[in-house]
Design a protein around this ligand. Structure first.
Ligand code: FAD
Length: 343
């Protein structure tokens, strides 16, 4: 069975990885096709905190989160975990409003609690509530090259190409896994998908050992500042611009980020800037993870399409869990194919 994964961000490469691991490579010929690869995807821009959105979760979403945690737990126990950007880190999300609700997934992270009075008074003045916990970090800029090598070792082909329409692929492949992120808006005409632009800087501040996400409109702190300790640099950000498509680093946003993070941690003022990057979060009201049969209008040939896109501001968190469901779907297609060929 010939399978093509469109997209080489965290969602595409996690899907390819879990297909190869869960289905094996017997009877499977796999290609990853994308117009951008690491380090040039949105996934490379992300901080990599395992933190789902704080809204009501469906049963299916809770299952994806559990699968994602299980996989990360298995990676954490490998000797190469630090090399591939997998480790644990503790931190706070603080909230301007008093109506903070505990998320459904609070028991999936470790040591979930509300901020203490000392933390709110001395670390986050004017913020009202929030939480502190220990959670996974998955740094895509380290993880994606590792997954790429692992897939190449298992015979997966990598092709650099912009796909204009899925019909282009339906003559050459039996299954298309659509992991095109914000690109799905054009690729499959899904107008529910839109970008939320983010800009970040990597700075040298090895003394930052926690993540801090400051949410809500603060009286004097601009943007939505966040600071995340990485394995060899600290990531700072604070920009979330819905509907903006451009990928250049905007000096006005750089200024907002500096003002925001140094208001929270003045000691960052002199931190050396190592890199600045911009990415587009693939926003959608909910993740599209579903299978559909598509028939090429010219050739009449049918192909199975599995869509897996629209992971919003939390794609690193969802990726490995959604990828397991994709692998289960492919496994079933493989079984159906083998049953048909035996008849
Ligand atoms: P992408 O990484 O954008 O990959 C899409 C792929 O599809 C690319 O390879 C692209 O080339 C390819 N593609 C698209 N269209 C086509 C086409 N027509 N033809 C060929 N190829 C195509 N999430 C978290 O969980 N934790 C965080 O801490 C976090 N922090 C973030 C911070 C910032 C500043 C930003 C911007 C995002 C953050 N996110 C975070 C969100 C996360 O980065 C995204 O949800 C995730 O990267 C989406 O992954 P993806 O693979 O769907 O998309």
């Amino acid at each position: 069975m010939k399978v093509v994964v469109v997209g080489a961000g965290i969602v595409g490469l996690s899907s390819a990885l879990r297909i190869v691991e869960d289905c094996g490579t017997a009877g499977l010929e796999m290609t990853v096709m994308a117009d951008k690869f690491s380090p040039n995807t949105t996934s490379d821009v992300a901080a990599g905190i395992w933190c789902p959105p704080r809204r009501k979760m469906t049963e299916r979403e809770m299952q994806w989160l559990k699968w994602s945690q299980e996989y990360l737990t298995s990676l954490l126990k490998t000797p190469y975990a630090p090399e591939i950007g997998v480790f644990l880190q503790s931190g706070w999300i603080v909230w301007m409003h008093a109506d903070f609700q505990d998320p459904d997934w609070k028991d999936l992270v470790q040591g979930y609690r509300h901020p203490t009075k000392w933390e709110l008074t001395h670390l986050f003045p004017e913020y009202r509530d929030g939480f502190f916990c220990t959670t996974f970090m998955l740094e895509s800029r380290l993880f994606l090259p590792w997954v790429t090598n692992r897939l190449k070792d298992r015979g997966v082909k990598f092709v650099e190409r912009k796909v204009q329409s899925l019909d282009e692929l339906s003559l050459d492949y039996d299954v298309i896994i659509n992991c095109s992120g914000v690109g799905a808006r054009d690729l499959v005409g899904d107008t529910k998908v839109f970008p939320s632009r983010g800009q970040v800087m990597r700075v040298k501040a090895p003394w930052v050992k926690h993540w801090m996400l400051l949410e809500g409109k603060h009286p004097y702190i601009p943007g939505i500042p966040y600071i995340v300790g990485g394995s060899n640099s600290t990531l700072i950000g604070g920009i979330r611009q819905d509907g903006r498509w451009d990928l250049h680093n905007d000096p006005r946003d750089t200024e907002t980020i500096w003002k925001g993070v140094t208001a929270a941690i003045p000691a960052l003022k002199d931190a050396e800037v190592l890199e600045e990057k911009t990415g587009l979060r693939p926003m959608r009201e909910s993740i599209r993870l579903e299978s559909e049969k598509k028939t090429n209008p010219l050739s009449g040939r049918s192909v199975q399409v599995i869509h897996n896109y629209g992971h919003g501001a939390n794609g690193i968190t969802w990726s490995l869990g959604c990828a397991k469901e994709v692998a289960l779907m492919v496994k079933q297609l493989l079984q159906e194919k083998s049953t048909k060929s035996r008849l």
